[in-house]
Design a binder for this molecule. Structure first.
Ligand code: BDR
Ligand code: CA
Length: 334
């Protein structure tokens, strides 16, 4: 049975991105999530491409009604790192995607966040699945929202090593100063790092379940995994790609899928080789008060059942509008 505080009102701050795209589908479909807005950021690609990708994923999902606002084009400080080497030139390479059916709102990401937070009858959860720049900018520009935000749950960092560099995960490397602001803000924080998301592998059996679906949403997801999987093979020698970002949404929908540990988390902003690395004090060696709940263990089978059921339900619900795209896509094929 769903906890009584469902559906959870959220803003999804993201940089789609193949795994962000699956997170969007899950958030759109789940009756236990109330997706109030999407805000975009640089990260896997430029913010312009991330915005276009978000709008295209919403079109695929039949959810053009969800407001989308354009966010940060780069970090608070330092150089802009992009993840096109993982997600391709468009940031969402692979299948042919529908054109957007809506346009971004005329407010910035922080303006839309503020508007949604201040007008909500219930506290908003901020879900961040890219560099956390927009959330930090909101906290800096509008510190009055801090006590009203229910929590920030972010994909980033690790209890172990990194991926973008040996020490640092991509999202936390891309804007460590932003994460530092969020961690010190006093907002309740949950961290979903690589140590957790590397348990969420899209194995061939999972991709086959997507391919076996009788609609374009399932087939598109399977092709995303094909592109993402080849990047993970080429760059990190993974057999199957870890589908990081939807772990955040899954943890909100079905809290029992994830085991957490409360601890002190910091992010390295100055290290010569370790900039952007998260320092997770699992055994309280620093003796500092915990400032985050850190994801430790995933029920991977339960996670995939949730994600695949959502993709299938969304595909079934949007079959009328999506069949055209399936036909278009097949015409593009060999
Ligand atoms: C994170 O970086 C991006 O490649 C993914 O979208 C995810 O948010 C994983 O390090
Ligand atoms: Ca992401």
């Amino acid at each position: 049975m769903a906890p009584e505080n469902h559906p959870i009102p959220i803003i999804l701050d993201c940089d789609p991105g193949h795994d962000d795209a699956i997170a969007i589908l899950l958030a759109v479909q789940s009756p236990l999530i109330d997706l109030r807005a999407i805000t975009t950021t640089f990260g896997n690609c430029s913010v312009a491409d991330a915005t276009r990708n978000a709008l295209r994923v919403l079109a695929l999902a039949g959810a053009g009604r969800v407001p989308v606002a354009i966010g940060a084009a780069g970090p608070l400080t330092g150089v802009t790192e992009l993840g096109n080497y993982v997600h391709g030139a468009s940031g969402l390479d692979g299948p042919t995607m529908p054109e957007p059916v809506s346009a971004p709102v005329e407010r910035s990401a922080t303006e839309l966040m503020l508007e949604v937070i201040s007008s909500s009858e219930r506290p908003i959860t901020l879900v961040a699945t890219g560099p956390i720049t927009n959330v930090a900018a909101l906290i800096r520009e509008h510190p009055e929202v801090v006590p009203t935000v229910r929590e920030v749950i972010f994909m980033g960092g690790s209890t172990e090593r990194g991926n973008h560099t040996p020490a640092a995960e991509f999202n936390t490397y891309a804007d460590p100063e932003a994460l530092d602001i969020v961690l010190r803000s006093g907002i309740p924080i949950r961290m979903v790092g690589l140590n957790l998301t590397h348990q969420a592998l899209a194995t061939p059996a999972i991709v086959e379940r997507m391919q076996a679906m009788s609609h374009v949403v399932g087939h598109t997801a399977a092709e995303w995994m094909g592109f993402f999987g080849s990047s993970y093979r080429n760059v990190w020698e993974f057999d199957s790609p870890p589908v990081h970002d939807p772990c955040t949404i899954a943890a909100l929908i079905r809290p029992e899928l994830v085991r957490w540990r409360e601890c002190f988390v910091a992010v390295e902003t100055r290290g010569e080789w370790t900039r952007g690395a998260t320092v997770v004090d699992l055994f309280n060696r620093y003796g500092r008060p915990a400032n985050a709940r850190v994801a430790i263990e995933l029920d991977a089978a339960g996670y995939w059942d949730l994600v695949l059921d959502a993709i299938d339900a969304l595909g079934a619900a949007t079959t009328g509008s999506s069949t055209r795209h399936l036909g278009e896509h097949r015409r593009d094929g060999p």
